[in-house]
Design a protein around this ligand. Structure first.
Ligand code: SAM
Length: 243
């Protein structure tokens, strides 16, 4: 058995997925409001940028992994139109339920499936675009997940990984102070759960930075990878093209 990170804790690999499930089971009902509060609305701009970079065409086949409450899936669905498909997936049923209900309230019914990003029950070479926003960080075997994302893409298809990354050095002290002092307090106040938001701050610190993730994507089979730093590297969008 190997060890892995769960935030700053070292846990047996076999425990990580259930610990992560506990976090998202706990926060699902408050996830959207917490996203707005914690990022001061900036997650909307990061996602809008991702949708612009995706530059989808009508009829495209899209897979959103770790799609949670469906922000990207909803935006993508508007772009691919009735001839395209956006498959909205996540490993966590509570998150998917909140997302599906929200989309249905807006008159949008998307195909939805519970899927582990590390082992996709999907055919090789089926998608024009695969996205994973703020999800890769939570996966136990990131290399395996990236290889799966590569497998299900068509040749020339693109993977968009939107994720917290390494912030520019001059901001790091202020960012650490905010992450470890303010975030858990907002979590306690709004969601009654400080620990899940402490995990969020810790999991960002142990996630690979821009260059390391780019190298991992190349190893997973992406011939070309571009990195777009957003908000001084608080978040980065990695765009990989399958050869
Ligand atoms: N993509 C959404 C967004 O940007 O708002 C949700 C992001 S949320 C921070 C992270 C999501 O990753 C959770 O919904 C969680 O259930 C999901 N997740 C964690 N491990 C996963 C895995 N192995 N496979 C698929 N989804 C996973």
């Amino acid at each position: 058995m190997s060890d892995t990170h769960f935030g700053f804790q070292t846990v047996d690999e076999s425990q990580k997925a259930s610990r992560v499930r506990g976090v998202f089971d706990s926060v699902a009902s408050k996830y959207d409001v917490m996203n707005d509060l914690m990022s001061m609305g900036m997650h909307r701009a990061w996602k809008a940028y991702t949708v612009a970079v995706a530059n989808l065409r009508e009829g495209d086949q899209v897979l959103d992994i770790a799609g949670g409450t469906g922000d990207l899936a909803r935006a993508f669905a508007k772009r691919v139109g009735a001839k395209g498909t956006v498959l909205h997936t996540d490993i966590n049923e509570a998150m998917l339920r909140v997302g599906r209900d929200r989309l249905l309230d807006e008159g949008m019914a998307l195909p939805t499936a519970i899927c582990d990003g590390e082992s996709l029950p999907l055919r090789t070479g089926s998608f024009d675009l695969v996205s994973v926003a703020f999800g890769l960080r939570n996966m136990t075997h990131k290399d395996k997940a990236l290889a799966e994302m590569n497998r299900v893409l068509k040749p020339g298809g693109r993977l968009l990984v939107l994720e917290f990354s390494k912030v520019a050095q001059p901001l790091s002290k202020a960012y650490d102070w905010y992450s470890f002092n303010v975030l858990p307090r907002i979590g306690q106040w709004v969601a009654g759960d400080a620990d899940s938001y402490r995990y969020l701050a810790e999991s960002i610190r142990v996630h690979p930075g821009q260059a390391e993730l780019k190298a991992m994507m190349k190893t997973a089979g992406f011939g070309h990878v571009d990195v777009h730093n957003l908000s001084a590297g608080v978040v980065a969008l990695h765009v990989g093209i399958k050869c």
